[in-house]
Ligand binder design. Structure first.
Ligand SMILES: [Zn+2]
Ligand SMILES: [Zn+2]
Length: 395
């Protein structure tokens, strides 16, 4: 038997070192050459086979266990943010970007799990696929990885991933948050252009005023969630940008509106996309204007498999006490592109809370003073290992 807690604690310094080295070289989006080079160099040292996708910015590793079995995919997002770091840490980033969401910790945890799994291939059957993913913050890296075959040969039967950091009062430091079902929302963007006819501000009768039309549109959009969606179902339609006009005496031609839409199920998502256009069309037509409309489907809702999550929680109880496992009863309206992997295969995404104070306070994700508590990283490795080995040996 493999003593998972001991093994993870044994390599704690190495895990922390990976995190610190990655912390110094944060890169953003789908262009992570240094990060990918760093991770592949570690996999080379471990003797783990891999190939790259998304122009070399995503890494898919493969560890074959002892005998035929299923394949589990372990996902870590590895991108940073264009934020100038102000933590004052010894290993603070100096390249103008920052690991301000803890993805350096995710990558270090997956490297730790990979190392121990690779050294203990005789302890499990089936395969483990390592999914190091770029572009989680934007523009999305899971989708191109899947399109390029990350979930095939061998086909991935289940997926697991985690998020570290400051996860709010619901999940205190050191505890883990699990969710049986819908956990995070789908995120989409609406782009609306209201086209009228410009004129002198003193002669409105010669215009088709897009500002008045846009105002009606903004108010009418509020009724989608308040009047058309079942009140017990979470949904958000937020107008977040409105732009038009030049001066006090000119009625402009065009007003642009942008906003975010958050939903938890596909039918509501498509319904809102359709209703926005119907409202825009009706109001602009009523005033003699015209419009352009684009609904951009971004990340789908993140939905955990109830069955897989149950198995994972049983495994997690071998690593942490039962009181340290917090069930999230309500989803959050934030988004994560882990959802694309979870659409391809059942699995679970969980939180490991480990915020660290800077100057006496906890800063939120994406803040220049955000930091993670490294003393919890071994626990992430142990949880991923236990969940992986138990699931592979059971299936
Ligand atoms: Zn983030
Ligand atoms: Zn993140």
């Amino acid at each position: 038997m493999l003593n998972i807690i001991d093994r993870a604690k044994n390599i704690e310094n190495e895990i922390i070192n990976w995190r610190r080295e990655l912390h110094q070289i944060p890169e953003v989006g789908l262009n992570l050459p240094q990060t990918a080079k760093y991770i592949t160099a570690q996999l080379d040292k471990m003797g783990i086979e891999y190939h790259t996708l998304v122009k070399g910015n995503a890494i898919v590793g493969l560890i074959k266990g002892n005998g035929k079995g299923k394949t589990i995919g372990l996902r870590a997002d590895i991108d940073g943010l264009p934020v100038k770091e102000e933590t004052g840490l010894d290993f603070q980033s100096t390249n103008g970007n920052m690991h301000a969401c803890g993805h350096d910790g995710h990558a270090a945890i997956l490297l730790g799990a990979a190392k121990i799994l690779n050294e203990n291939r005789d302890k499990f059957r089936g395969n483990v696929k390592l999914l190091f993913q770029p572009g989680e913050e934007y523009p999305g890296g899971a989708k191109p990885m899947i399109e390029e075959g990350a979930m095939e040969s061998p086909k991935v039967d289940a997926v697991m991933g985690l998020h570290l950091g400051n996860l709010g009062k619901g999940i205190p430091t050191g505890k883990i948050g699990v969710c049986y079902g819908a956990m995070m929302a789908a995120v989409d963007v609406m782009h609306i252009k209201i086209k009228g006819k410009g004129a002198h501000g003193a002669y409105p009768h010669q215009s088709i005023d897009p500002i008045v039309i846009a105002s009606e549109v903004v108010l009418a959009l509020q009724t989608i969630v308040s009047r058309e969606i079942n009140p017990v179902e979470p949904a958000v339609v937020s107008v977040t940008r409105i732009e038009g006009g030049f001066n006090h005496n000119i009625i402009p031609d065009i007003v642009e509106i942008q906003g975010t839409i958050r939903t938890l199920n596909e039918s509501t998502r498509h319904r809102i996309a359709k209703r926005i256009e119907e409202i825009v069309k009706g109001i602009t037509m009523a005033h003699g204007g015209s419009y352009e409309y684009k609904y951009e489907y971004c990340y789908p809702a993140l939905v955990n498999s109830e069955e897989f999550t149950k198995t994972f929680v049983e495994s997690a109880k071998k690593i942490v006490s039962e009181e340290d496992i917090v069930e999230m009863k309500t989803p959050v309206m934030g988004a994560e592109d882990m959802s694309f992997f979870l659409r391809e295969a059942p699995g679970t995404f969980f939180y490991l809370s480990n915020p660290r104070e800077i100057d006496g306070q906890y800063y939120p994700h994406h803040n220049p003073k955000f930091d993670i508590d490294e003393s919890q990283l071994w626990k992430g490795v142990a949880l991923v290992l236990q969940g992986t080995i138990d699931w592979l040996n059971k299936n």
